[in-house]
Design a protein around this ligand. Structure first.
Ligand code: F6R
Length: 260
């Protein structure tokens, strides 16, 4: 796990976009794993800018969202299908048929979950998975207690997550209780994971998953098993890390050829 502490979200957006740009230039048909929520927005802004300004090409790329609410009607502005389209995929030249989100309104949810995993496998699996982290340590919507080997499935949101996400809805009562999410085992299969966390409210979760033992009570800690996990944090989110100075030193002295 590599922890990179940066001054703010603009720098985080640029560094994550550098990794995605390098991947696309080397493999134009790369498979991107997309997160929703606030954390990845600076990354999407930077990628949209590079597409517009430098012609960064997404026309052969594929994208898979991490998760989707269950019970929102198709087209609901807060469904993750709509959010990912609005915040990212509509702003670049990725083909709409190459953008996948789990169908949270499917009649047969277990069948949809299996089909989602198969769609990911059919294009070769995820090359780079972008992640945020919840204040309770969730990634995707794998809440505390999730199996570290889990696959795409339905999950119940913990009340803290519903409260955290109420800011996107008219009120708490409108936040669904259920979601479909890639599992922790699914996420671990991505070849590179890049997790973005900003703000003091994320500091305890960042400390727990980076420096505490791997445990289902803090689902993001499973990333300690990942051979290529990059954690991009601002100073506030890094403020509880015991080894912060070591992470800074390591990044400052990193050989240039290593990339992210
Ligand atoms: C969203 C997702 C979640 C969020 C997490 C943090 O697709 O999978 O794990 O990344 O809830 O959300 P923000 O970034 O809004 O703080």
């Amino acid at each position: 796990m590599e922890v990179v502490i940066l001054p703010g979200s603009r720098q985080i957006g640029k560094l994550a976009a550098d990794a995605i740009e390098a991947l696309l230039r080397h493999k134009p048909g790369a498979v991107l794993g997309l997160a929703t929520g606030s954390s990845p927005l600076p990354v999407y802004d930077e990628l949209a800018l590079r597409h517009e300004r430098d012609g960064l090409d997404f026309s052969s790329a594929h994208a898979f969202a991490l998760d989707e609410y269950v019970g929102l009607p198709p087209g609901h502005p807060q469904s993750y299908r709509e959010v990912i389209t609005r915040e990212f995929t509509n702003r670049v030249d990725i083909r709409p048929e190459n953008v996948h989100t789990p169908d949270g309104s499917a009649e047969d949810i277990p069948a949809e979950c299996r089909a989602y995993e198969e769609r990911m496998q059919a294009v070769g699996g995820v090359d780079l998975q972008l992640l945020g982290v919840g204040t309770d340590g969730h990634i995707g919507f794998n809440e505390p207690g999730s199996s570290l080997a889990s696959r795409t499935r339905i999950k119940t949101l913990i009340e803290q997550t519903r409260r955290d996400n109420a800011r996107f809805f008219a009120g708490l009562a409108e936040v669904p209780h259920h979601v479909v999410t890639q599992g922790l085992g699914t996420i671990l299969e991505a070849r590179h994971v890049v997790l973005v966390a900003t703000g003091a409210q994320k500091a305890p979760a960042v400390r727990n998953f980076v420096e505490w033992p791997v445990a289902a009570v803090c689902p993001a800690s499973v990333l300690q098993f990942h051979p290529h996990a990059t954690i991009l944090v601002d100073e506030a989110a890094a403020s509880s890390l015991k080894l912060a100075d070591f992470y800074r030193h390591t990044y400052e002295h990193k050989p240039g050829w290593q990339g992210l």
